[in-house]
Design a protein around this ligand. Sequence first.
Ligand code: FES
Ligand code: FES
Length: 152
Amino acid sequence: MPVSIEVNGEAHVLDVEPTRRLLAVLRDDLALTGTKHGCGEGACGACAVLLDGRPVASCLLPVASADGCAVTTIEGLARHGTALQEAFVAEDALQCGFCTPGQIVSATALLESTPRPSREEIRTAMAGNICRCGAYPKIERAILRASGQDTA
Ligand code: FES
Ligand code: FES
């Protein structure tokens, strides 16, 4: 079944099995490997992408559910460079980096809806993004920095 999706501003008509997960299509068919396969069960946030601006777990989403939607991956965010990426670097907010694309995608959605989030709002919004390296305090500081707030 053809599925029409816009990915990072580019229109695609894909002839795919509709139940395939969006994550697999992004990584295997479109070579967008910035989005990571972590748990594969919707529990870690490594596979987060924006679907019409909302963060979703692409490992759970059948690609047919994205038909007619705009998908933004970490590559789409990276293309333009964001204050968040600079803040993650400045705050050294990663160790292995595996969770980082998902963290930045989720934080992008947070700052879109809440430009100056409190620490509590950050923790709530980012609760679905697991970091096995435990970089949470630095990730929180990076989001504060990107939103122009005191990180102390
Ligand atoms: Fe999708 Fe973990 S890989 S939530
Ligand atoms: Fe390693 Fe988060 S930096 S999982």
